[in-house]
Design a protein around this ligand. Structure first.
Ligand code: IPM
Ligand code: MN
Length: 368
């Protein structure tokens, strides 16, 4: 029997509450689908930083490399000023574990309210492949004459061919994983299907202004696309992408983009799928250790009330299992989430579900 080693960083605020439900579902799935796992908890986060002055111990990354996967709750507490925990924990792990893909499925579950008028679950079902280690996030830049009215600050948008190529290639492979000849993407035209297309990958960039960086992205995108005759390539500027995500989300299948654009558009995307309570994501190193998380924050004002929606954390567990190769278990969790949203919850919003955080976890377990 497979035995997975899972590192758990529950973190701050509502992180531990939602992770508890994720682990509850993981336990039930293990029994039902016949695999074993061991969890090891790490205390890192805002509270730990305030108590010890340490974001991560110096051996954290080496320690985590020995696990099969990492499950992360949420990092952040209002007492610590912005930047310290983000850079010292979340971004450090993404970078040092070379989790170069941030995979963020955008899926409207049945019964979940979307602010987009007249859009149904079949209209909002795509995935964003966000490059996760380059761009303005890489920390190149600086400040001159800080604190004065002459202050100059730069933060460089940096991308290498290597970084762009592996990300774009992942997006095309992901498109193939999502679809097949027997199950092509529904947005394809009859002509596309007749031409053998099964899926679409859209590059989201800004080639009209950021001509250096997105010139590189577009060149690489076209090169990679030429190796995937079964995938329809498309391009959309980032501003227009935001517009279509609201107006015609059904136009998207796989969206691939840079780190900063991906950060921004996935918050917009999360709102269209019913909010942070349901949006899950994976920081992937396809050749190494990946880290799965609900994409929302630590929600300090809801901490300890048992009202936060754990479905994003449970969805992160499903993504983790899928990544580990437990595809049946992953599918079953997703089906159960869809059953629970479609038949049980009054709303996906915190405090309005009609159930407590832990009751929602129980419902997912009961319907596995
Ligand atoms: C996210 C978050 C992080 C990011 C922050 C907390 C550093 O917004 O995961 O989207 O910008 O990537
Ligand atoms: Mn973000």
């Amino acid at each position: 029997m497979k035995n997975y080693k899972v590192a758990v960083i529950a973190g701050d605020g509502t992180g531990p509450e939602v992770i508890a439900e994720g682990l509850k579902v993981l336990g039930a799935a293990a029994k039902k689908f016949g695999f074993e796992y061991e969890t090891t908890s790490f205390p890192w986060g805002g509270k730990h930083y305030l108590a010890t002055g340490d974001t991560l111990p110096s051996d954290a990354v080496d320690t985590l490399k020995k696990f099969d996967a990492i499950l992360l709750g949420a990092i952040g507490t209002p007492e610590v000023k912005p930047g310290i925990l983000e850079k010292g924990i979340l971004l450090k792990l993404r970078f040092d574990l070379d989790q170069y893909i941030n995979l963020r499925p955008v899926k409207l579950y049945p019964g979940v309210e979307t602010p987009l008028a007249n859009k149904k679950p079949e209209d909002i079902d795509y995935v964003v492949v966000r490059e996760n280690v380059g761009d303005v996030y890489c920390g190149i830049g600086g400040v001159s004459q800080p604190g004065t009215k002459q202050e100059i600050a730069t933060q460089d948008m940096v991308y290498s061919y290597f970084q762009v190529e592996r990300c774009v290639r992942f997006a095309f492979e992901e498109a193939r994983r999502r679809h097949s000849k027997a199950n092509p993407w529904r947005g394809l035209s009859a002509e596309d299907k007749a031409a053998g297309k099964i899926a679409q990958v859209t590059l989201c960039g800004k080639t009209n202004v950021l001509t250096y960086v997105f010139g590189l992205w577009k060149r690489v995108f076209d090169e990679v696309a030429a190796n995937y005759p079964d995938i329809k390539p498309a391009y959309c500027h980032v501003d227009a992408t935001c517009m279509w995500m609201v107006k015609n989300p059904e136009w998207f299948d796989v969206l691939v983009t840079s780190n900063m654009f991906g950060d921004i558009i996935t918050d917009l995307a999360a709102m269209t799928q019913g909010g942070m309570g349901v949006a899950a994501g994976g920081n992937l190193n396809p050749e190494g250790v990946s880290m799965f998380e609900p994409i929302g924050g630590s929600a300090p004002k809801y901490t300890g009330l048992g009202v936060i929606n754990p479905l994003a954390a449970i969805g992160a567990v499903a993504m983790m299992l899928n990544n580990l190769g437990e595809t049946e278990a992953a599918k079953s969790i997703e089906t159960s989430i869809a059953y629970v949203t479609g038949n049980k919850l009054k709303s996906a919003a915190a405090g309005k579900m009609g159930y407590s955080t832990s009751e929602v976890g129980d419902l997912v377990v009961a319907n596995l």
